[in-house]
Design a protein around this ligand. Structure first.
Ligand code: GDP
Length: 312
């Protein structure tokens, strides 16, 4: 058990909190994160992978925990200058953040894949755990809204999730393939657990599941699959998860999250403040609000202990 891998399907902020807790609960080199790249955007010629970067910053202690996104101690000379000369200022790029996008873009233009670039960046950030993009092929999350069709970053950053969402699709997903290592991780018969982080199910986890082969590998996995609900006390901690659920006609409850992952999960960890029990799949409860490192470790340990109980 001690050298068994733990695989995590994750988006950005909510998912990175869990992976950080996990990296303090078990040996970090046993963790394999499979990261959403549906949020990726090419902006000003730069290849930007927000969820991968959030994970790299969080795991290396460089994240701005107060602001909740980007790098701590960031400076903004690039943005200030861009604004002064009339460039687009809806997507914020801090100076340190920019360095990573410039390097990633140069490496990718030289022919390296996103997974090679991500592995290289992870090692330069001193990470021992593996970080895999869901795919090396472009997949773009798009939202059909009451304001028309919006690319993910236009909806999320520019419009601050205000438009009402009718439908979500993942352009390019059908033709995409899982990145090297993804299927191997999910089908590892000795893995201790596969965790679905408390990331946004519709915008962070569904794009991963839309890559052909990933959903089937998850459904057939020998390792117990445990989802951690992104709802705390019946509401999303941050971001549009609950708003989206209402807009697509779903009840905002842990049961809805469990139903959404039906056929894929063997158990779900829900918040102790959520009133109703989940039916149809084994559940465990704990305080799942992850404000500090101790909280993150507690949630990671609770998810692992649920997985252990399911295996036995
Ligand atoms: P993004 O890709 O940066 O938008 O981030 P994610 O999709 O990974 O995370 C967003 C989700 O994380 C939201 O649905 C939040 O409710 C959830 N979340 C954020 N912090 C916490 C937390 O402390 N506990 C739990 N259970 N969920 C959280």
């Amino acid at each position: 058990m001690s050298d068994a891998k733990v695989i995590v399907l994750t988006g950005g902020i909510g998912g990175a909190k869990l992976v950080l807790g996990l990296a303090h609960a078990i040996t970090p080199s046993l963790i394999v994160s499979i990261v959403n790249t549906g949020d990726d955007v090419e902006h000003l010629g730069l290849c930007i992978s927000p969820d991968i970067d959030t994970l790299l910053y969080t795991l290396s202690g460089k994240a701005d925990t107060a602001k909740g996104w980007g790098r701590a101690d960031e400076t903004w000379t690039f943005m200030d200058t861009l604004r002064q000369i009339g460039g687009p200022d809806w997507f914020l790029l801090g100076d340190g953040d920019l360095a990573i996008h410039v390097l990633r873009t140069a490496w990718m233009k030289a022919g390296r894949s996103l997974s090679e670039v991500t592995a290289d960046l992870a090692s330069r950030f001193g990470l021992e755990s593996r970080v895999l993009p869901m795919s090396d092929d472009p997949v773009a999350t798009r939202l059909t809204t009451d304001e028309g069709e919006l690319e993910f970053q236009r909806y999320f950053v520019e419009r601050r999730c205000a438009p009402e969402v009718n439908a979500i699709d993942f352009a390019g997903a059908e033709a995409s393939a899982p990145a090297p290592g993804v299927i191997e991780a999910l089908t590892d018969p000795d893995a201790a657990a596969i965790l679905i982080a408390p990331s946004n199910p519709f915008l962070s986890v569904d794009p991963i599941l839309a890559v052909p082969g990933i959903r089937d590998a998850l459904a057939a996995a020998r390792a117990p699959v445990v989802a951690i609900s992104p709802l705390v006390g019946g509401e999303a901690v941050k971001g549009p998860t609950a708003k989206l659920m209402r807009e697509i006609g779903m009840e905002v409850s842990a049961q809805s999250i469990a139903d959404h992952y039906c056929g894929l999960i063997d158990g779900i960890l829900i918040d102790e403040g959520d009133r109703d029990d989940v039916s149809g799949v084994p559940q465990a409860r704990c305080d799942t609000l992850m404000n500090d490192l101790d909280d993150r470790i507690r949630v990671a340990q609770a998810a692992l202990s649920l997985a252990r109980s399911l295996r036995s």
